[in-house]
Write a protein that binds this ligand. Structure first.
Ligand code: FPP
Length: 247
């Protein structure tokens, strides 16, 4: 019996992507600096990873730092990078114990060296883990990713005259991964913010009103429940619906 009886385990998204939004507003609401909100955002990162692993979701992608975030004040960027290093260092053991593979998508080479090193070490140590893959989108922007993929394809000698969607997908940061079926954004904002534009073509979007630091497993369960009630038609007429219920 699942610990989450309201979730139909036969209709789980294989891949959930989350735009973690509202850290700054959360901190401001408490009269604190924005970085305080980012630190508080680590707890829901852990909760989301734990929940997805427990349920059997195979991929979780978290938008942690966008290409546009480089325009933030240097102090905030430095604090975010330091938080990233500290969190990876602290959580790698838990990732290993739980058979979770860490991966990063984005322009990783643009991150501070310490951050790159910490990240590649954790990615290397966890690369054979099979229960779930946790993707951190870092210095990630979808337009960058698509342009980069085209350049990579050309450099690899692909036939650019007969270029197909499948060709492009081989060179995206997410090559080999299923597209997210569920995209969650927090803080009540209805925007995609240059996140996985290609991959979310048919994703169901669920907006949670809570600010990211306040998000807990119950909120993510609610998002999955909403996803499971949606009819997915993929541009067709008939819903592409799921198999038998677990209940
Ligand atoms: C968006 O809130 C959040 C970010 C840009 C950073 C996300 C980072 C974390 C949750 C820290 C921990 C992450 C990992 C992977 C260790 P915002 O700053 O845009 O908030 P606002 O919209 O209220 O200004």
């Amino acid at each position: 019996m699942s610990s989450y009886p309201s979730i139909n385990l036969n209709n789980l998204p294989q891949h959930i992507a989350i735009i973690m939004d509202g850290n700054g507003r959360w901190a401001k609401g408490k009269g604190k600096l924005r970085v305080f909100g980012h630190s508080a955002g680590v707890t829901p990162v852990r909760e989301a990873s734990e929940l997805c692993a427990e349920l059997g979701v195979k991929y979780l992608t978290l938008y942690a730092f966008s290409t546009e975030n480089w325009s933030r004040p240097k102090a905030e960027i430095d604090a975010l990078m330091a938080l990233l290093v500290k969190t990876i260092r602290k959580e790698t053991k838990t990732l290993i114990e739980n058979n979770i593979r860490l991966y990063a998508i984005g322009d990783i080479k643009s991150l501070p060296l310490e951050c790159q090193e910490e990240l590649s070490e954790a990615i290397e140590i966890t690369k054979h883990n099979t229960r779930m893959q946790l993707n951190l989108a870092l210095s990630y922007g979808s337009r960058w990713e698509i342009v980069e993929a085209i350049k990579r394809a050309a450099a690899a000698g692909e036939d650019m005259k007969n270029f197909t969607a499948q060709t492009l997908e081989k060179y995206l940061e997410t090559a080999g991964m299923p597209d997210p079926e569920l995209l969650i954004r927090t803080s009540g904002e209805y925007r995609i913010s240059n996140f996985m534009l290609w991959q979310i073509a048919y994703a169901e979007i669920v907006i949670l009103e809570k600010l990211w630091p306040d998000v807990r497993k119950a909120d993510l369960i609610q998002a999955i429940e909403i996803y499971q009630k949606r009819e997915r038609r993929f541009g067709g007429v008939e819903p592409v619906k799921v198999v038998e219920s677990t209940k």
